[in-house]
Design a protein around this ligand. Sequence first.
Ligand SMILES: [Fe+2]
Length: 294
Amino acid sequence: MKIAVLADIHSNHIALEACLKEISQEKVDAVALLGDYVSDCPYPQKTMELVRQIRENWACWCICGNREEYLIQYRKEGATGWKDGSRYGSLLYTYENLTERDLDWFESLPVSAHIRPRAAAPFLLCHGAIHQTKPDMLYRKRPGEILAGIKEPLLLYGHTHIPYEYSDKGKLLVNVGSVGVSVDGQTRARYAILEYRDGRWHPEIRGAVYDTGRVLREFEESGLLERGGMWSRAICYTLLTGRNYSYKSVSLVGQWVRKEGGSVEDEELWERAARQLGCFDWPYVVPPKEEKRV
Ligand SMILES: [Fe+2]
């Protein structure tokens, strides 16, 4: 048995298309989608259409990510409170470009899924942790402890956007990385192929090359670059470098608000963060490669 596993597409339909092109050559028996289908990149409807095609063309397991939870929660609370700008603009853009049907589907998704295939060992799917979508489960527990706590010999997850593999006592923990917003120091779209042979699962993390420039042009023409402020700029710089500018921006702004007071919606703080991190200029200036630490 062979499966493809994709996580954290984040509306990057161009990256998803590149992965699907490779996956369709592989004769996989099923596809697993591990959440964070949308938000951050332009035209979420295009990603939702590809997700519908995946579900039609393959046996498919889908679970919920934290971004889907934000959107579901926003609808539940009456869809008010978000406005354009660095803090909420990108999420609001995504929300406005989804249909009620998309949100209903997100609401139907489980947080984790126990899969028992007929021709292979069972496995467990989740986004960031087994009982909740976030934070990353390795934040609180060691990988060996996590594996000891589950029945299945394989646990597949995403959320951190950083591929990771750990094996212990015949069990395997695999983070498949991110299709849409890689932050592992490279710019390809990450996904995994897992093959069951000789009585165990063999993972292979792949990286599909895609046209980042096309995604950045869509940021401009869709209006998302404008509406999402410095957050959207940080995502663009992340796509260009594989470095996590968006996480660093939100951390800096949070730190300053805790220390100096003010609001996380203050655009001046976001601009200060973008300038400090080197993701402010637009048209973008490709940042130099980071020096390798020995
Ligand atoms: Fe994500």
